[in-house]
Design a protein around this ligand. Structure first.
Ligand SMILES: NC(=O)c1ccc[n+]([C@@H]2O[C@H](COP(=O)([O-])OP(=O)(O)OC[C@H]3O[C@@H](n4cnc5c(N)ncnc54)[C@H](OP(=O)(O)O)[C@@H]3O)[C@@H](O)[C@H]2O)c1
Length: 304
């Protein structure tokens, strides 16, 4: 019998890509909050994460073995404008999910972020002290602590991913591809660095970690540190689009944006060592993104 994987934040960018990446191997159930979703071969149900009792009763009906918690308030601007809501969604709901998973003996993966540091150091590992500089980062850092307090065996995944997004939620790579295909210029930061991973690869790696009983914090990111500008150039080259339309800009000129870390890159040495292999560089993952479009994955997501 297939294991059942329940994914919170079911209408989100990561949950959709995750569900498609694993639906041939697992029974997948998406937990919805507000927006409806319908994907072939994937269940979807509305469930509030506000009540521990309701969530526990829900799990007793749908009987998942694994829970992937992706739900969150992910807009940095919205978190800064509504810090109480950000805390409720990112911290309290995560703690609720952890509490129920612990009580019910379910495996839990809590999705965290690379946005936990001040951005002055490169390729930080899992032992680095968090030092978030905005509300989003602070709530995500607190969420990690609360989740591990409630459920010390939970797997906490720090990441930054891209993939194909639905019509209502464009990913970073979607924005670049759409602008370039329309012949429009796209401005990308030359001084913001990160270690992105393809969402599909992220999902597959995390299931390998679960199978190998990993627990605690893991950075699940790509093998390469890159600027957002250089990433855009790689996307343009793979999709045979005009690189001249990509203009380098500097974060330091964007004074009206909520403060963001300039360097979000994380080291994936721990996960690579644990699994005995590298996770893949940018060119490899961008080629997979390209293949997903050829295979119809992009279309299936974009029509949502
Ligand atoms: N996107 C990135 O590049 C990135 C980078 C690093 C880490 N992360 C982390 O990865 C996770 C997934 O990100 P994403 O980009 O896939 O998010 P997303 O596309 O913004 O989706 C967020 C999801 O959370 C749901 N949600 C919002 N408020 C909720 C509430 N009160 N109760 C239950 N569900 C609620 C939304 O439901 P509705 O659609 O119904 O509102 C949506 O399904 C997040 O934890 C984020 O912090 C993201």
């Amino acid at each position: 019998m297939r294991e059942k994987v329940f994914i919170t934040g079911g209408s989100g960018l990561l949950a959709i890509n995750w569900a498609l990446a694993i639906r041939n191997r697992f029974t997948v159930s998406l937990g919805l909050y507000d927006r409806p979703i319908s994907l072939a071969g994937i269940e979807a149900q509305y469930i509030s994460l506000e009540s521990v009792n309701d969530l526990s009763s829900f799990f007793n009906i749908i009987l998942p073995q694994v829970v992937i918690h992706t739900a969150g308030l992910t807009s940095i601007e919205a978190c800064e404008a509504k810090p109480d809501l950000a805390r409720q969604v990112n911290v309290e709901l995560s703690a609720n999910v952890a509490k129920v998973c612990y009580n019910d003996g379910l495996k839990l993966v809590h999705i965290s972020t690379d946005h936990l540091f001040s951005g002055t150091a490169s390729l930080l590992d899992e032992t680095a002290q968090t030092s978030p500089i905005n509300v989003y980062g602070r709530t995500k850092a607190e969420a990690e602590l609360r989740v591990l307090e409630e459920y010390p065996e939970a797997l906490v995944v720090r990441t930054n991913f891209y993939g194909w997004g639905p019509s209502y939620r464009q990913s970073f790579s979607d924005t670049i591809i759409e602008h370039l295909r329309s012949g429009n210029e796209v401005n990308l930061f030359k001084d913001v660095f990160y270690t992105p991973i393809l969402a599909q690869t992220l999902a597959n790696v995390v299931h390998e970690l679960i199978n190998n009983r990993a627990r605690g914090i893991y950075n699940v990111v790509g093998d390469e540190r890159i600027s957002k500008y250089e990433f855009g150039l790689k996307i343009a080259k793979q999709f045979k689009l005009d690189t001249n339309l990509i203009k380098p800009i500097s974060m330091t000129d964007k004074l009206n944006l909520v403060k963001r870390p300039l360097d979000m890159s994380l080291s994936n040495n721990k996960v690579s060592h644990f699994l005995g292999r590298k996770l893949g560089g940018i060119d490899e993952h961008v080629f997979e993104l390209y293949k997903q479009e050829q295979l119809g994955v992009a279309h299936e997501i974009q029509k949502l």
